[in-house]
Design a binder for this molecule. Structure first.
Ligand code: PHE
Ligand code: NA
Length: 500
């Protein structure tokens, strides 16, 4: 007899958890600078195009696979078509890598929540972040432990372990039920108060002033599609896993629309809040918003601290900003790790607690050992670039081509979505997933591939790129193949859904 699958107790809690996964570090610090660098106000056009043409349709695809076949990513794909199991393990392994470093940024944000109270960086936010806090040396290998990075990271993993051992209802749903409302309150306070800073309007002008020429640039479109995939957490196995915990009669498409628009709303609010604050900084220091807006890690951990030092009630702004990063990050981290736990649980036939501990303890140890030395940051940067610009998009490309053209499952998946879905689209959805998706994803991943081949990423030494970039990518493929060949627990292969 098949073991009963864990379930969310209501659709509301599923939606909340799916929003918790989608809304993460990507919304708060990634979206504002990606949008700004790619045409500002004009970026909203490729962004919306990417959301409607690929983001939402592929979100539905993940939901349909997870819900119809009711399994973790590898099990659901296997039930769809046996050789497809491999795709599931690819996604599981990508989640493994992302989890290792995603936790680190949450740990930093946690420390910075505390630093904000005392404004520990004085008047040199940059020197403080790279020197005093991270103790960064030249790219290479260092074995010096950095305690101020180590301890918060240990706490982040302990919190994640407690949530994940609790399971779907007592852990994931409950944590989202607490963290998400807190996040919304803190974040709205943050955005509203940043709008009152002197100079806020300059920032908003810089953010929303469209650079129409950007629309003719293919890399801007690629950035929009790449961001949408990351932001909606699609093609990572996350939405497959969460929707496998849904009860039978669920409106999948209606839920998907709520999740997608909540995620975008959050992103656009973040853009407004962040640029209002940057406008303040630019006006205060007599420079332009363009110079103040820096990309990547620097935006959160260098530009923001500078703003905090100068703004009225800066410490409050700082606690709201970094606290939002912590809550948004934790709910995304647990969703990433749940993909792995769910897969191991199914394959081995283990119970929740065993599977959760067997996954999280090694993961936490690797993450902690790797990232509490300064080598970690460089590994993080390289792994992140490979996974985000390449792993996800290429993986999603292979998945859409296989599902649509090799296994030819779009018609039955579309029927499944339409069974209880309030948003009905059949032809359109199949064309978007089967034709538009693969074309766009194929084009973007070839482009990313060429860039990686032609210029060493960020000028890192070749051995580092080979080990942590290409080596890791090859390792994932080989490992996914090996795991696919290992046997399943017999009871997991039985379908627990009598109507299936
Ligand atoms: N969607 C999350 C964000 O916007 C990031 C994420 C990516 C979460 C992949 C889970 C998996 O930050
Ligand atoms: Na997001």
């Amino acid at each position: 007899k098949a073991a009963a699958r864990e379930t969310f107790s209501s659709r509301k809690l599923f939606i909340l958890s799916a929003i918790g996964s989608a809304v993460g570090l990507g919304n708060i610090w990634r979206f504002p600078y990606v949008a700004f660098e790619n045409g500002g106000g004009a970026f909203l056009i490729p962004y919306l195009a990417a959301l409607l043409s690929a983001g939402i349709p592929l979100l539905f695809l993940d939901y349909a696979i997870g819900h119809k076949f009711r399994g973790s990513a590898p099990l659901a794909y296997r039930r769809m078509s046996r050789p497809a199991e491999f795709l599931g393990w690819w996604q599981v392994l990508m989640c493994f890598i992302i989890a290792i470093y995603y936790a680190v940024i949450i740990g930093w944000a946690g420390m910075y929540t505390w630093f904000s109270v005392r404004q520990s960086w004085g008047d040199d936010a940059e020197g403080f972040f790279f020197g005093t806090f991270l103790e960064l040396g030249d790219p290479g290998v260092s074995t010096t432990y950095v305690p101020q990075v180590l301890w918060p990271l240990i706490i982040v993993w302990l919190v994640a372990i407690v949530i994940l051992v609790g399971g779907v209802r007592k852990g994931i749903a409950r944590a989202n039920g607490i963290f998400m409302p807190l996040l919304v309150v803190m974040f709205v306070l943050l955005v509203v108060s940043s709008l009152f800073l002197p100079g806020a309007m300059e920032g908003l002008n810089a953010f929303f002033t469209p650079n129409w020429a950007a629309l003719a640039d293919p890399t801007v479109w690629a950035a929009a599609y790449g961001h949408i995939f990351f932001s909606l957490s699609i093609a990572f196995g996350i939405m497959i896993t969460y929707s496998s915990y849904l009860k039978r009669k669920t409106d999948l498409t209606g839920s998907g629309m709520v999740v997608a628009f909540a995620n975008s709303g959050f992103e656009i609010l973040a853009g407004i809040g962040v640029f209002a604050a940057l406008g303040f900084m630019a006006v205060a220091s007599g420079s332009s918003v363009e110079d103040s807006a820096s990309a990547g890690i620097g935006l959160a951990f260098v530009a923001f601290p500078t703003i905090i030092s100068e703004a009225p009630l800066g410490s409050v702004l700082g606690v709201l900003f970094f606290g939002s990063l912590v809550f948004a990050g934790l709910t995304s981290l647990t969703s990433i790790v749940e993909v792995i736990i769910s897969a191991v649980k199914d394959k081995m036939g283990w119970g929740r607690r065993t599977a959760a501990l067997a996954v999280t303890i090694p993961l936490a140890i690797i993450s902690i050992l790797l990232f509490s030395t300064s080598t970690g940051l460089y590994v993080l940067d390289i792994a992140d670039a490979f996974v985000n610009q390449f792993g996800i998009l290429f993986g999603a490309f292979i998945a859409t081509v296989l599902v649509a053209w090799v296994f030819r499952k779009l018609p039955i998946l579309s029927d499944h979505l339409n069974l209880f879905g309030s948003v009905k689209m059949r032809r359109t959805w199949m064309v978007l997933v089967g034709v538009v998706g693969p074309l766009v994803l194929g084009y973007i991943s070839i482009q990313a591939f060429n860039t990686f081949l032609s210029e060493p990423y960020e000028g890192y030494p070749a051995w580092m790129l080979n080990t942590f970039g290409w080596g890791m990518a090859a390792g994932i493929v080989i490992l996914a193949l090996i795991i696919t060949m290992l046997p399943w627990s017999r009871k997991s292969l039985l379908h627990d859904d009598p109507e299936y």
